[in-house]
Write a protein that binds this ligand. Structure first.
Ligand SMILES: [Cu+2]
Length: 126
């Protein structure tokens, strides 16, 4: 009986830990809303350091978007960013900020990646 109780505690703890990890992962990947700049653009600063942070940004279609990539490393992996759906491929100089402006004309989820397709982020257009 006590063995069975211990087993249940172990199982419950494991399930709880997995749920917590999943919750944290989803929370961390939640889409970030824009701040509106002086020109009315939907603006984001995305830190580039072994990945994109935030990785998912959410915008409204038909309005200008300004993504500022703040590259905080010189790892060759992240030296380029590609937003293929909008024909954008841009070099990101190490330890500096690069601004990309575009206006999404349609709703959807549009991935951006490093030049090798290893790092992933997305612009969610509503
Ligand atoms: Cu890469």
């Amino acid at each position: 009986m006590s063995v069975s109780t211990n087993d249940w505690i172990v199982v419950a703890s494991a399930v709880g830990a997995i749920a917590l990890v999943n919750w944290y992962f989803l929370f961390g990947k939640r889409a970030i809303a824009a701040s509106i700049g002086a020109q009315g653009a939907q603006e984001f600063t995305i830190r580039v350091h072994g990945g994109y942070e935030p990785a998912i940004v959410e915008v409204t279609a038909g309005r200008p978007v300004r993504l500022t990539f703040d590259r905080m490393e010189d790892n060759p992996c992240s030296e380029e960013v590609v937003l293929a759906a909008f024909g954008i491929r841009r070099d990101l100089p190490a330890f500096s900020k690069t601004t990309i402006d575009f206006t999404p004309d349609r709703a959807g989820r549009f991935d951006f990646t490093c030049g090798m397709g290893m790092l992933h982020g997305a612009v969610v257009v509503k």
